[in-house]
Ligand binder design. Structure first.
Ligand code: IPD
Length: 277
């Protein structure tokens, strides 16, 4: 992206994203109704929306448009317009909604910012862990302002072999897809240190970024789940992609440091993991 008087400065975009993610995080903690229920469902009866997802998205979208009315927006809870500025905000107002509903603290607010189709900035705010993950393309990844790297303490900066790797994953909402995912995980489990199913793809990617897990894969994660977290993982030194050299997408997303990334992709390709039956 060329820097000129008209082109947006990614640092300014990140600052706005960080401010709005923090405001949304405070709203979600302070104004969560005690009797929070399911307001709506999407792809399946367990793919839920709460009133707080909707309120969080509204707060973020209004905050963006108040400062940048010409920008495009894609939000999980329905915000979708193109904009004319070349900037697009990709928002998950609560990533980990089921955790939020059950008061499991592993949920967050994710905001990625694209300029001309490339993600240049991202924030994942995890209020209950008091963690703010950020990245600017080309400038590294940070947790609460401290630089992070995608190597666990166990890896000692070297590629982690599969049989020592702690792998995060997630499952889709459709029963048929879950059956396939379950069979693949059953075969992976004896080959790795262990599996984690945290319940927030954005947090899983940030966990790769800070070495809290060694790798992550998931079929079905959407742009709003991935946008900020994928940049954060990449900027922390992880590889993020799909199978057979494809880009990360809802077909399949894999994230891990060099070496393990290839091993994980090889395992998933061998199981033809981007399928639903
Ligand atoms: C979900 C979470 C979950 C992942 C699902 C996502 P949501 O996002 O990230 O970990 O397995 O694929 O849909 O619905 O809570 O925003």
């Amino acid at each position: 992206m060329s820097e000129n008087a008209d082109s947006p400065n990614p640092k300014d975009l990140l600052e706005l994203a960080v401010r709005l993610a923090a405001e949304a995080g405070r709203l979600l903690v302070q104004e969560r109704p005690r009797d929070l229920g399911v307001a709506d469902t999407k792809s399946s009866p367990t793919d839920i929306v709460t009133v707080m997802d909707q309120r969080s998205e509204k707060l973020i979208v209004e905050g963006i448009l108040a400062e940048r009315p010409d920008d495009g927006i894609l939000g999980e809870e329905g915000s979708d317009h193109e904009g004319t500025s070349g900037v697009r905000w990709v928002i998950d107002p609560i990533d980990g909604t089921v955790n939020y509903l059950y008061e499991i603290p592993l949920w967050g607010v994710s905001i990625g910012v694209e300029v001309d189709g490339e993600t240049v900035a991202g924030v994942v705010e995890i209020p209950m862990l008091r963690e703010t993950f950020t990245a600017l393309r080309g400038h590294g990844a940070y947790r609460n302002g401290q630089a992070i790297r995608a190597f666990s303490a166990q890896s000692e900066g070297k590629p982690v072999p599969m049989d020592r790797a702690l792998i995060a994953t997630g499952f889709g909402y459709a029963a048929q897809r879950r059956a396939v995912q379950g069979a693949i995980v059953a075969d992976l489990l004896p080959k790795v240190r262990d599996i984690r199913r945290g319940g927030s793809a954005a947090l899983d990617l940030c966990s790769v970024a800070c070495g809290r897990v060694d790798g992550y894969f998931e079929r079905g994660a959407k742009p709003w789940d991935l946008s900020a977290g994928a940049l954060i993982a990449q900027e922390a030194g992880a590889k993020v992609g799909g199978l057979h050299g494809a880009a990360a997408s809802d077909e399949m997303t894999v994230a891990a440091a060099d070496g393990l990334f290839e091993a994980l992709c090889g395992f998933l390709e061998g199981h033809d993991a981007a399928r639903d039956s």
